[in-house]
Design a protein around this ligand. Sequence first.
Ligand SMILES: Cc1ncc(C[n+]2csc(CCOP(=O)(O)OP(=O)(O)O)c2C)c(N)n1
Ligand code: SF4
Ligand SMILES: [Mg+2]
Length: 269
Amino acid sequence: MSQGGRLEDAMNEEVKVVTKQRVAGRPKLLVPQIAGFIYCPGCHEPLAARAIAEVLEKLGMGDRAIGVFDIGCNSFLLGMLDIDAVLTPHGRPPDMATGVKRVYPDNIVFTVQGDGGLLSIGADPLLGALTRAEKITIIMLNNAVYGTTGGQMAPTSLEGQVTTTTPNGRDLARTGFPTHAAEMIATFRGVAYSARGAFNTPKNYMRTRKYITSAFQKQMDNVGLSFVEIICACPENWRLSPIDSLKWIEEKMIPEFPLGEFKNVDRIE
Ligand SMILES: Cc1ncc(C[n+]2csc(CCOP(=O)(O)OP(=O)(O)O)c2C)c(N)n1
Ligand code: SF4
Ligand SMILES: [Mg+2]
């Protein structure tokens, strides 16, 4: 055999090895990003699209899901999911989802929002939906900053966290305390489910996917409002590498925002 032939065989062998390293397929509802991937390296927000796609596929609800998306880095998840979707003005998804759900009561209607969009500018629509016990699902991506607009302090920013609006670190005496959305939302009577997950490890990804499944199931069972908060890395604004961002989530974010279910009831009393 010629030298060239052996090289070709070796290259083919290498291709086979690379092919074997594939560990996860693509859910059908996840749209391939052929025009390029818009998210920063190491950003966890696109994982929310994958998790939602996997859950909807498993529940067989892809054709009957309507996503209501907010303005923010999370907006781009809209283009990653092959489902019906609406984009609202910043902070308004719970209002829009209320209308959509009342018109289409048999569909799964869920919002995807950032921590800024849900807890600061969108606090009023959130409070309204909680008070009215709308049978919608709210998914909040907690990256501890306003990601899109350049990393300003969000209601979830940690004590001492350096952001563009807290260059010396978040001072609790001046700016108050981080908001614990999953715990707070669990206190509302019309809420059927509230949980907080993270995407920093495969185990936490799978746990979060389970939380999203439970939240959608509560809605399908017509129990009450369901909520899932997901801790997401924003390496760009945290000024950390993707790997160091994982460490920051483990060492700083999760101690402040513990993971788990805070409410899970089958009937609103
Ligand atoms: C009414 C209104 N106010 C402010 C803005 C500017 N704005 C766009 S996105 C955003 C914050 C986004 O932060 P977050 O909701 O946490 O989403 P992330 O980008 O972190 O995913 C702000 C303040 C806007 N578009 N509309
Ligand atoms: S700015 Fe942050 S949240 Fe936005 S895409 Fe980049 S890493 Fe993700
Ligand atoms: Mg944010």
